[in-house]
Design a protein around this ligand. Structure first.
Ligand SMILES: C[S@@+](CC[C@H](N)C(=O)[O-])C[C@H]1O[C@@H](n2cnc3c(N)ncnc32)[C@H](O)[C@@H]1O
Length: 263
């Protein structure tokens, strides 16, 4: 992929997840399993007070704030979208956890922190969107202290995806470049990580897709009843994507998994 296209993909992804549409369809936690899976990730990483965690692609800050409150750890979140970073910062103040949590703009493929800055790193539902996954995995290992742990949760795919799931909308909705879970562990292993553990959570994705389908129908109905133009949303395209995703989850072509490893 050329550098220009890579930049476009990151910006498109960031813009989609800044939007009111994303909030309407996904709420504030932009990944399957919501905070239940974030808690699971926190437990698997052994988070606790005194630990410094980097949340890569922290979105609107929901997980970072939750982890700090639940485990008492310090969390720094980075996200490609400045808008998300600003919104997350406002939420930190409201949640009164500014002594533990902060956000800044950043790119997972070029993390602006020195080597060995963190005890743990999480990346939820975003690794699959990074155009250069190998560079991101190398950066994850670099910023972790020796013995530090990384926890990804991400979309996985088991076979070639149908054409409806490979267009630009599918890409920025995190589907098109999902990889087999073994490929994610291979990236971590090549970056020097070991003791890799994989935990499947396909049910969380099935639940999220059902929820999105319900919300899309509700929003379309509302827009028809009230004659609203909802930010020019193409409901037909969104419903086709959601239906194709539901079929792929049922066929086990698409799934969701947690991958944990140690540096
Ligand atoms: C599906 S959302 C996940 C957000 C958050 N992790 C969560 O689970 O709620 C994907 C996020 O990745 C961010 N993103 C995309 N490419 C990125 C990159 N190269 N570096 C950092 N953040 C990125 C987007 O701005 C967006 O907030």
């Amino acid at each position: 992929m050329s550098p220009n296209i890579e930049g476009d993909v990151k910006s498109c992804c960031a813009t989609l997840y800044e939007s009111d549409l994303a909030r309407m369809l996904l709420g504030d936690s932009f990944h399957p399993g919501g905070l239940r899976l974030t808690q699971r990730l926190g437990e698997k990483l052994g988070l606790r007070s005194g630990i410094r965690v980097l949340d890569i692609a922290s979105g609107k800050g929901e997980s970072a704030i939750f982890l700090a409150r639940t485990f008492g750890c310090e969390v720094v979140g980075i996200d490609f979208s400045l808008e998300n970073v600003n919104q997350a910062t406002v939420r930190v103040e409201a949640a009164k956890v500014a002594h533990l949590v902060s956000f800044r703009r950043g790119d997972a493929e070029k993390i602006a922190f020195p080597d060995a800055s963190f005890d743990a790193l999480i990346c939820e539902c975003a690794f699959c969107t990074f155009p250069d996954k190998r560079a991101a995995a190398t950066e994850f290992a670099r910023v972790l202290k020796p013995g530090g742990r990384v926890g990804l949760s991400d979309l996985t795919r088991a076979a070639t995806l149908p054409p409806e799931l490979t267009g630009l909308l599918a890409w920025i909705a995190c589907i098109a470049d999902a990889r087999p879970v073994e490929e994610y562990s291979e990236y971590l292993e090549s970056a020097g990580m070991r003791e890799i553990e994989i935990e499947p959570h396909d049910e969380a994705l099935a639940e999220m897709v059902r929820d999105i389908q319900g919300k899309l129908l509700g929003a379309e109905l509302m827009s028809k009843l009230k004659n609203l133009d909802l930010e020019g949303i193409d409901f037909a395209q969104a419903k086709t994507l959601a239906r194709a995703a539901a079929d792929a989850v049922r066929a086990k072509t698409l799934g969701y998994a947690i991958v944990v490893a140690q540096r």
